[in-house]
Write a protein that binds this ligand. Structure first.
Ligand SMILES: NC(=O)c1ccc[n+]([C@@H]2O[C@H](COP(=O)([O-])OP(=O)(O)OC[C@H]3O[C@@H](n4cnc5c(N)ncnc54)[C@H](O)[C@@H]3O)[C@@H](O)[C@H]2O)c1
Length: 314
């Protein structure tokens, strides 16, 4: 395969790039390195440092001439989306539209774009299905939902198949632990630094934690699919990429603490406004469509993640 990945220097993107490059596929990366890192890139990957909003995007994607495009570049930080909703919307909606247009112009036959559980907001039902009500609670969730529509509008009738993947809470090696980060990365970094992990609220709030390797497998499975992935708006092209299982934040912290053998007590601090109490996304549509299910048990994924943080930060 010949695959162009936007955001390929980031957490999820770099895992995908490494996996595809190791399997000797041709991989191209476009990334502005705003949160991604050069050291995340695989040496075999073609690379352009470019903002997806730059008019040079079309030419860059055409130069690489991918069969498929995986669009992961985004403004992915909820607090930044609240501080600067215009930039969030520009990158996530206009940027997604620009990537989709450039993909068609370059002759790509499939585009897979990262969406998020944030499109649902506070769950109206559990587990969430693709057709469940959407009530995004912040500009990030709003822009991710709008990006799904943008991609479908641009690609409808072009012959370029497409899908938006609503990832649940992704964790694994190389996740950024600074700023907002993911809760697993933040806990692991605190433990590696010998600090007390901080738990917001009771710790009994739940999330659908998915290992980054399972995300990579879902994307590769979808790229390989011989069936079209796109369906009619609003949710026909959307897929939950998740485990469907709720796990408590405190339980995750406990598993990490046991793996790390750092016996620090957790610090409980008041819950943050707007935090969701419970979340799980039903992944059966992805299973039925292209045969993917998450495989990594949480305990094993957390042990791998801890080992990475231990080596990277200690
Ligand atoms: N990590 C999660 O738990 C999670 C959950 C749901 C959805 N997602 C989505 O998955 C995708 C990847 O997320 P991640 O966790 O790897 O984040 P990340 O910040 O590690 O990766 C994003 C990458 O995109 C690049 N980028 C950002 N803006 C850009 C721009 N304007 N032009 C070019 N490159 C740009 C960054 O430099 C970075 O390398 C994002 O679309 C995110 O919204 C992530």
């Amino acid at each position: 395969m010949r695959v162009l990945i936007t955001g390929g220097a980031g957490f999820i993107g770099s895992s995908l790039v490494h996996s595809l490059a190791a399997a000797r596929h041709d991989v191209g990366v476009i990334d502005d390195l705003s949160t991604g890192k050069l050291e995340n890139l695989h040496p075999a990957a073609w690379f352009r440092r470019l903002d997806i909003l730059d008019p040079a995007l079309t030419e860059a994607i055409a130069e690489f001439a991918p069969e498929s495009v995986v669009h992961l570049a985004a403004q992915a930080d909820v607090q930044s989306s609240i501080a600067d909703p215009d930039r969030d919307r520009a990158v996530n909606v206009d940027g997604t539209r620009a990537v989709a247009l450039a993909a068609v112009a370059a002759g790509a036959t499939r585009v897979i774009s990262a969406s998020s559980a944030a499109v649902y907001g506070e769950p109206a039902e559990l587990p969430l299905r693709e057709t469940s009500p959407k009530a995004p609670a912040n500009p990030y969730g709003i822009s991710k939902l709008a990006a799904e529509t943008a991609i479908a509008e641009v690609l409808a009738g072009t012959g370029t198949d497409h899908a938006s993947f609503r990832f649940s809470n992704v964790y694994g090696p190389r996740q950024d632990w600074r700023g907002e980060g993911g809760v697993v990365a933040i806990f692991a970094a605190a433990l590696a630094a010998g600090e007390r992990p901080r738990i917001y609220g009771s710790g009994r709030q739940t999330r659908d934690f998915i290992y980054v390797g399972d995300i990579v497998a879902a994307i590769v499975g979808a790229l390989d699919s011989t069936h079209p992935l796109a369906g009619p708006l609003p949710d026909g092209s959307s897929y939950n990429i998740s485990t469907g299982v709720q796990r408590q934040v405190e339980e995750v912290a406990g598993i990490l603490r046991a793996a790390s053998r750092v016996m620090k007590e957790f610090e409980h601090v008041p819950a943050r406004a707007g935090d969701i109490e419970r979340s799980a996304l039903d992944p059966s549509k992805a299973r039925d469509s292209f045969g993917w299910t998450a495989r990594q048990p949480l305990e094993d994924g957390l042990a791998i993640t801890w080992r990475w943080f231990e080596h990277a930060l200690r």
